[in-house]
Design a protein around this ligand. Structure first.
Ligand code: PHE
Length: 344
């Protein structure tokens, strides 16, 4: 036993390892379950008490020496693996990290806000969780209008005279603005809206709108047309033409839908404009006198126009992304395509 202990002690003292793997191997060979030192301890257990006295201390010393050596070698291989000193060189360039980019819907919203700011419009915001009054009632929706159906609107609470719901359009912000702001009013209201739609490439239950409202004395349909034309030219280029088609909204009369000339084929017809040369971008009209009166505005003295557009729709036309779901999945590969657009 004595020679064995001395032999192993010499082996421990001479132990050299290059890698962490070598250190682990040495540890297993010496101190592991079937290691040399472990074996000696097993042998030792069967010795008579006076022999135990003789070898016990030496055996413990061997175990301690082996443990300390393994620790020492382990710390050496770890410090070898790290580039000692390099991190302390403050003159080295830093490690660059990738910057995020803005979401395409945010880019479009900012562009719209910038354009209308130039025309003197403020930005107004309102709650996403609204009541029936601000989303429907004050906007001249008849009580049995289909938009008030559970199939079209997400209700938070129903069964009382003024149910709470997720706003289906940003027109509710129009109402809040008319209630709270002094006349004349010139605002745009960008925001998120919710509709109970099955999710597909062309429809989503969440999307974004930007609504505009202008109220003053003597505001006419010609003013509306001019505002939309100027906006379209700023947004889609100076050669852009618009056309207005009669339409219907409960809160505007007369109402119109607006198309812009296709900026991809320039009117020749392509698959984006489905061969028509025109792209639908927004709904608009003169604010219905009932809507003005509901918010306490004298409809004999004041008139106004409103318009509303879908931000995903504008982004789709701008970048030809034809699946709405891309805007909500936040797939990094999709989002990073807009990183250069951030600098614009
Ligand atoms: N709120 C309408 C919609 O969601 C859009 C609109 C706004 C139309 C303002 C006319 C005037 O479709």
């Amino acid at each position: 036993m004595k020679e064995e202990i001395e032999k192993l002690l010499a082996q421990v003292n001479d132990l050299k390892c290059k890698t962490a793997k070598d250190v682990e191997e040495a540890r297993v060979n010496l101190l592991g379950k079937k290691g040399e030192i472990t074996k000696l301890f097993e042998e030792f257990r069967g010795y008579a008490p006076e022999m135990k006295k003789e070898f016990g201390r030496k055996l413990n010393e061997l175990k301690q020496a082996a443990t300390a050596k393994i620790e020492e070698l382990r710390s050496q291989t770890v410090s070898d693996a790290s580039p000692a000193g390099k991190a302390d060189d403050l003159s080295m360039p830093g490690t660059p990290y990738a910057l995020g980019s803005r979401h395409p819907v945010s880019i479009v919203r900012q562009e719209i806000v910038d354009i209308f700011r130039k025309f003197g419009y403020d930005v107004a915001e309102g709650p996403e969780i609204e009541d029936d009054y601000h989303v429907f009632e004050a906007l001249n929706f008849p009580p049995n209008h289909p938009a008030r159906d559970m199939q079209d609107t997400f209700f938070v609470s129903a069964g009382h005279p003024n149910p709470i719901l997720l706003r289906t359009h940003t027109s509710s912000v129009q109402v809040r603005t008319m209630e709270n702001m002094k006349l004349p009013i010139r605002v745009i209201c960008p925001g998120r809206v919710f509709r109970n739609e099955a999710i597909s490439a062309r429809a989503h239950c969440i999307f974004h709108q930007c609504e505009g409202l202008y109220i003053d004395e003597h505001v006419t349909f010609a003013d509306l047309k001019q505002a939309i034309l100027l906006f379209a030219r700023e947004m889609f280029g100076p050669d852009t033409a618009i056309r207005m088609r009669p339409s219907y909204f409960p809160f505007t009369e007369p109402s119109s839908e607006v198309d812009v000339s296709c900026n991809i084929c320039h009117g020749k017809g392509c698959n984006i404009c489905k061969g028509t040369g025109w792209l639908e971008i927004l709904g608009c009209g003169m604010v219905d006198p009932n809507v003005l009166e509901a918010s306490g505005i004298d409809s004999k003295k004041y008139s106004g126009f409103a318009f509303g557009m879908g931000l995903e729709r504008i982004a789709m036309l701008k970048w030809q992304v034809n699946d709405l779901r891309h805007y909500f999945e936040n797939d990094f590969r999709f989002l990073s395509e807009f990183s250069t657009a951030t600098e614009v």
